[in-house]
Write a protein that binds this ligand. Structure first.
Ligand code: ZN
Ligand code: ZN
Length: 233
């Protein structure tokens, strides 16, 4: 039986805020990362000066904001608890939420958004960004933003219904990892040396996906499903 735990829900919301502020702040104490951030900001500014960017970015903010509001106020408190759980259960939950989401997202991205017809045209907007930078994470048709975000958000009550409530911290971490990876994917990062090699690789792989509508690398969390299904570029 799932019940509305407002304290756990509020704790989850607080965790998301704190982790988001920390990820927007702490990594940029590293000079190389700060430099890449400035480079992205410069590119963002040029793109936002084009008439086509602001309406799409603003529409996405509305769709994202309202979806998040509905989730954190009305759905998440039914799915989370503050009752202690072993650390391995929490790690397993985070990995499971992210990997199950990534499988559904992979299928949706490959067969719906890169299929034929209406959804291909919708997704074509996001693919206008041939060399993506930070802002292109938000240069997405509002219907696609709605579908992608709600796929993630509604997976949580579905899994909580099947497995029982998650710890609030597990969902907070999974949510922040999901959002930040979606943003990071689109950043222009040119640091092909230690200790930034993985970061460089992640951004290069998604930039390759943006080259045209016929490229693989459909997943966003890891490229495991691309490797498994032969679409890794
Ligand atoms: Zn695509
Ligand atoms: Zn993209």
């Amino acid at each position: 039986m799932m019940s509305y735990d407002w304290q756990a829900g509020l704790f989850l919301f607080g965790t998301v805020i704190v982790l988001t502020v920390a990820t927007n702040f702490l990594p940029f104490k590293v000079p190389a990362l700060q430099q890449e951030r400035l480079r992205n900001r410069k590119a963002n500014k040029a793109k936002l000066a084009l008439a086509k960017y602001p309406p799409v970015v603003n529409a996405g903010r509305w769709v994202g904001g309202l979806s998040n509001l509905a989730f954190f106020a009305a759905v998440a408190p039914f799915c989370v608890t503050l009752a202690p759980q072993p650390w391995w259960r929490m790690l397993l939950d985070i990995a499971a939420v992210l990997m199950i989401y990534d499988l559904f997202y992979y299928l949706m991205h490959r067969f719906l958004f890169h299929g034929q017809g209406y959804f291909r045209r919708i997704h074509g907007l996001h693919h206008q960004a041939r060399s993506p930078t930070h802002i292109d994470a938000y240069y997405v048709h509002p219907l696609e933003t709605f579908m992608g975000l709600n796929l993630f958000l509604w997976l949580i009550p579905a899994l909580a219904w099947a497995w029982g409530p998650f710890h609030a911290v597990s969902i907070g971490l999974a949510y922040v990892i999901y959002v930040q990876l979606n943003i990071l994917n689109h950043c222009a990062v040119d640091l092909p040396y230690f200790p930034f090699k993985t970061l460089h690789w992640i951004t290069t792989k998604h930039a390759l996906h943006h080259k045209n509508m016929h490229m693989g690398n459909y997943a966003t969390i890891t490229l495991l499903y691309d490797k498994l299904f032969g679409t890794l570029e």
